[in-house]
Ligand binder design. Structure first.
Ligand SMILES: Cc1ncc(COP(=O)(O)O)c(C=O)c1O
Length: 341
């Protein structure tokens, strides 16, 4: 429950295929994964020149400051730490614009826009990790259009989990200053294969390609991409099923924890839920107690913009979800009402 990967695992047909094709590891794969880039482009209606493949989106995140020649970056937080780590790696100055707990982590669009003139790059995670919030795609488009000298880097790694996720994607919005990330790790339950894509205007994509490393997509990953991109029916059915299951599980979790005094669950468009524990209760303590019953969650106290009260729960199967809800409601009592010693 600390890892935000599809609780269903991967597609059984894909697992079988990869097992059958294991012998491909005895030869080098295509060096630039061109066939995968083509297949991805075909599946999403994109020109191959606008698509770059990476060893997970991680590789593309860490290339961005270099490829885009960034000098001053704004990161919309609280969010995934790797955007800041990537800036640090390349000696790029960065700051966070933080969405506030008292505003339920809703973005103050006007305040955000006011902070833009000082930067040349913006990192946005949509839906956001760890808050689960989804930004309005029309508003994001407007921002991109109004600030064409700034590079907008939008990470859509968790968007396929969102109901009607495609409608919110900027992948087909070909703006010259927009870079969109698409990860296959989360939705297709394949974090070990390391598959990520980037979509940007051809000129920007070429800059990322310039810094790409040979054989970034390994032989098995290339087979997986080609299969996923050419089996639309299976792919879409899997995503549909994932969304349905998640919606039901999320509803249960919210219902099971609704009566716990002082506990706040933030509405999430994706596969994990951020919780703020009651005042006086530390996430580190709850984390340890959950761990003692073999439930691993994410203590979010090291996210910039969060404090020691935040815990992220990544939904798994009904049994695990109910167990975590049960333990959380029990623990609240012992934590809050423990007699002073
Ligand atoms: C927001 C976000 N983006 C990107 C990644 C990296 O994913 P991958 O490199 O597996 O595509 C993660 C992983 O946790 C993430 O949370």
């Amino acid at each position: 429950m600390s890892s935000n990967v599809n609780p269903a695992g991967t597609l059984p047909q894909l697992k079988t295929l990869l097992t059958e094709k294991l012998a491909v590891i005895e030869a080098l794969p295509e060096v630039d994964a061109a066939a995968c880039v083509d297949a991805f482009g075909q599946a999403y209606g994109l020109e191959p020149a606008t698509v770059v493949a990476g060893n997970g989106t991680t590789q593309l995140i860490y290339t961005a400051p270099l490829a885009l020649g960034l000098k001053r970056v704004l990161i919309l937080g609280p969010t995934y730490a790797d955007y800041a780590d990537a800036c640090r790696m390349h000696g790029v100055a960065y700051q966070h614009f933080l969405m506030k707990p008292e505003a339920d982590f809703e973005l103050d669009w006007a305040g955000f826009e006011q902070a833009l003139p000082n930067v040349d790059g913006v990192f946005i995670c949509n839906p956001n990790n760890p808050t689960g919030g989804l930004l309005d795609s029309e508003a994001l488009r407007g921002l991109c259009r109004r600030h064409c000298a700034i590079h907008f880097f939008v990470d859509e790694s968790y968007l396929p989990f969102a109901p009607d996720g495609e409608a919110h994607s900027l992948i087909n919005f070909s703006e010259s200053n927009l870079i969109v990330l698409n990860s296959m790790s989360k939705i297709f339950g394949l974090p070990g294969l390391r598959i990520g894509f980037l979509v940007a205007a051809a000129k920007l994509a070429a800059r990322f390609r310039h810094y790409a490393q040979p054989w970034s997509l390994n032989a098995l990953a290339q087979i997986a991409v080609k299969w996923l991109m050419t089996h639309a029916e299976e792919r879409e059915a899997f995503i549909r099923q994932t969304r349905q299951t998640l919606a039901a599980e999320k509803e249960d979790l919210f219902a099971n924890l609704a009566a716990v005094p002082g506990l706040r669950l933030y509405p999430s468009a994706t596969s994990f839920v951020l919780t703020r524990l009651p005042a006086g209760v530390k996430a580190a303590d709850i984390y340890r107690q959950l761990l003692s019953v073999r439930l691993l969650t994410r203590d979010c106290s090291n996210f910039i913009g969060l404090d020691e009260r935040y815990l992220r729960i990544s939904l798994k199967g009904p049994e695990a979800n109910r167990r975590v809800a049960h333990v959380l409601s029990q623990m609240r009592g012992s934590q809050i009402h423990a007699p002073a010693t």
